[in-house]
Design a protein around this ligand. Structure first.
Ligand SMILES: *Cc1c(COP(=O)(O)O)cnc(C)c1O
Length: 471
């Protein structure tokens, strides 16, 4: 292989590229103006037989890949849940890749295993998670939620891990959620043999929160039929509107019926860092599991999702399986491979440690608080403007709204107008928002959560929206 530079030169080149990018992600269109297949068509059919200089690959990265990138780091990325990573976390990712340890057994990297336990205690303490709980890092909330439901299934006592579910006389297993629950719960039901149809959509109140009375009735009806409640999933910060289910009341019902309570706070959980939002965790101390995503709103790059468990042994009972070649004499240590499907695990605690230390808790709080304030300001602008509606309560950093011209009240027409507006706004490349449906009504959705978003970015978004609506 031809190699013009040294290893140091190559890393320095990449380091410069990263620094330049992070200094000015706003130089790019947020959403790239490319057609499906366009990027693939620019790439060769097969990899090269002989290695190429690093410089050449980096050049193609710039000219071929970056133009097709959706820039999540852009300060005007307001779609889905806006996320971002700070430089300290990116440096930590590079170091983790360099060490390339697999955090499966304690001995496959003692420092990685012990750092994970320590930063989990730090994070749990900051969020008000009971001290006796255990935090485990997974890649995503989807996998963390799947793991929690697998533990709940094992806790039923049917020994499903050994006997399976087929050709057995088992009751129908039921999971209680709402139409606003994240779709990964249904996927978990698919994978765990529970079946999508057994995910009960409990009715919500007019603020899109699970109605505890309806939950109670659904459980009673199922029990009367001989079904077996497996778990209740409460959401703190639903994906469409960030509504918060009444966890304390739901926990009471779960406790009374002996049903596992999983709390999905993937997005909103980190807001409990703020004393004024500590109430988000009300009742969580009586749940069985809680998921919070640092890769969503805590400035950590994908992926890092934390599952807090009241009793970590429940997950071990569901998953622990030690082949001979992985047995050890290390004694009383935590072997992270016992807590899920995965054997080899990335060293994700490192980036959390870097970011918690480099930003500090005060700076993290300041940024979260600013995001919530900016969203509240944006909502106030929408409310104050004729022909614009806010469509849902907005307790945190997400606002659902729509353009509503005078005299247009037909829902189909309003949907068409707003869908067109969404396309126009996103085609500018100046900002990126997404949409949802709330009780059948099409809503534009502005999510603030990017570390680089400032007041002027939100003001610009509002100007672009009004400009394109008038056009
Ligand atoms: C984002 C989100 C998820 C999915 O998170 P992943 O880590 O991408 O799997 C699940 N639940 C809620 C409430 C979310 O906001």
């Amino acid at each position: 292989m031809e190699h013009a530079g040294t290893l140091e030169d190559d890393f320095a080149r990449v380091g410069r590229w990263i620094a330049e990018y992070l200094n000015h992600p706003e130089r790019y269109a947020v959403l790239p103006a490319v057609q499906p297949g366009e990027i693939a068509a620019r790439l060769p059919e097969a990899p090269p037989e002989l290695g190429e200089p690093f410089e050449a690959i980096l050049r193609d990265f710039e000219t071929t890949i970056v133009p097709g990138i959706t820039h999540w780091n852009h300060p005007r990325f307001f779609a889905y849940f806006a996320t971002s990573s700070v430089p300290a976390a990116i440096a930590a990712e590079a170091l983790a890749a360099t060490l390339d340890v697999k955090v499966m057994l304690w001995r496959t990297s003692p420092a990685a295993a012990e750092l994970e336990s320590v930063v989990m205690r730090w994070l749990g303490g900051l969020l008000g998670v009971p001290e006796s709980w255990t935090g485990i890092i997974y890649d995503t909330a989807s996998i963390a939620g799947f793991t929690a439901l697998a533990a709940a299934r094992e806790a039923l006592g049917f020994d499903i891990r050994e006997e399976g579910m087929s050709a057995r006389d088992l009751p129908r297993l039921r999971v209680y959620a709402t139409e606003h629950t994240h779709s990964h719960i249904e996927k978990a039901a698919i994978a765990l043999g529970i079946g999508r149809r057994n995910v009960v959509k409990v009715a919500c109140d007019d603020a899109f929160r699970m109605d505890p009375d309806a939950l109670e009735q659904a459980i009673a009806a199922d029990l009367a039929r001989g079904d077996r409640p497996l778990a209740i999933v409460a959401t703190v910060g639903t994906t469409s509107t960030t509504s918060v289910d009444p966890v304390a009341r739901i926990a009471e019902i779960a406790r009374r019926h002996g049903v596992w309570l999983h709390v999905d706070a993937a997005y909103a959980g980190v807001a409990a860092l703020l004393p004024e939002h500590r109430a988000l965790m009300d009742g969580v101390e009586r749940a069985d599991s809680l998921v919070v995503n640092p890769h969503k709103w805590l400035f950590i790059p994908m992926d890092c999702s934390v599952l807090f468990l009241r009793d970590e042994a429940t997950v071990r009972r569901a998953f622990s399986l030690v082949p001979e070649y992985l047995t050890t004499t290390d004694g009383d240590v935590r072997n992270y491979m016992d807590y899920g499907l995965q054997l080899g695990r990335r060293f994700r605690a490192l980036k959390l440690w870097f970011v918690l230390r480099h930003l500090g808790v005060a700076e993290m709080r300041a940024r979260l608080r600013e995001h919530i304030e900016l969203a509240q300001r944006f909502a106030a602008w929408v409310v104050g403007e004729p022909e614009w509606d806010v469509l849902a309560p907005h307790p945190l950093s997400v606002v659902c709204f729509r353009y509503h011209p005078h005299g247009v009240d037909d829902e189909t027409e309003l949907e068409a107008i707003n869908a067109r507006l969404l396309d126009r706004v996103n085609a500018t490349g100046e900002m990126f928002i997404s949409h949802t449906k709330i009780d059948g009504r099409y809503a534009l959705r502005l999510a603030i959560g990017n570390a680089r978003t400032r007041a002027e970015d939100v003001a610009a978004a509002w100007n672009i929206l009004r400009r394109e609506a008038r056009a």
